[in-house]
Design a binder for this molecule. Structure first.
Ligand code: GDP
Ligand code: MG
Length: 177
């Protein structure tokens, strides 16, 4: 974790999008710092976090951008998407509406981002098993139809967050290398 002084072979920009309160900021902080903050305030002012990883003996610095509350006003601008090689599109498995909005986010993404952007669909809060409102199968089918990668995650319990990011970053690496 953290950044260390080393030659950087690649720099990947990844954006995190999805409805408000689905857990985007917590997913980001889980991946970047292995932290989950119980007192999750809005992240106004924080633009991105970084984590440096190694794939195939290459040092890859990832810059992961957070919408920082803009999603509430549908004010995510094209500057946010510019240069992004990957997108984590997050919904909350306990909030049907956040899954229904995924198609809209996808449309926005495809309108603004690069054509070959790697998209990872993420059903977050999978720790809240008893409150599930979106069957995993529905999301799987949607992802398959739209050509997206898909994982259910829990930022709280650190389930699949690492795997989802590493899968997306490995695919980006495969495309750019
Ligand atoms: P954002 O608006 O999409 O950035 O969402 P936040 O990251 O601020 O999280 C919104 C709320 O969901 C906060 O109360 C978090 O503590 C909670 N939350 C985020 N991820 C999880 C998770 O994996 N499991 C559970 N149970 N709660 C989560
Ligand atoms: Mg947030």
């Amino acid at each position: 974790y953290g950044d260390y002084d080393q030659r950087i072979d690649y720099m990947f920009k990844v954006v995190v999008i999805g409805d408000s309160a689905v857990g985007k900021s917590q997913i980001l902080s889980r991946f970047a710092k292995n932290e989950f903050s119980l007192d999750s305030k809005s992240t106004i002012g924080v633009e991105f976090q970084t984590r440096t990883i190694a794939i195939d003996n290459k040092t890859i610095k990832t810059q992961i951008w957070d919408t920082a509350g803009q999603e509430r006003y549908r004010a995510v601008t094209s500057a946010y998407y510019r240069g992004a090689l990957g997108a984590m599109l997050v919904y909350d498995i306990t909030k049907r509406q956040s899954f229904d909005h995924v198609a809209r986010w996808l449309e926005e993404l495809r309108g603004h981002a690069d054509n070959n952007i790697v998209i990872m669909l993420i059903g977050n809060k999978c720790d809240l098993r008893d409150m599930r409102a979106v069957p995993e199968e529905d999301a799987k089918e949607f992802a398959q139809r739209e050509g997206l990668f898909f994982f259910e995650t829990s930022a709280l319990e650190a389930i699949n967050v690492e795997t989802a990011f590493i899968t997306a970053l490995t695919e980006i690496y495969r495309i750019v290398s």
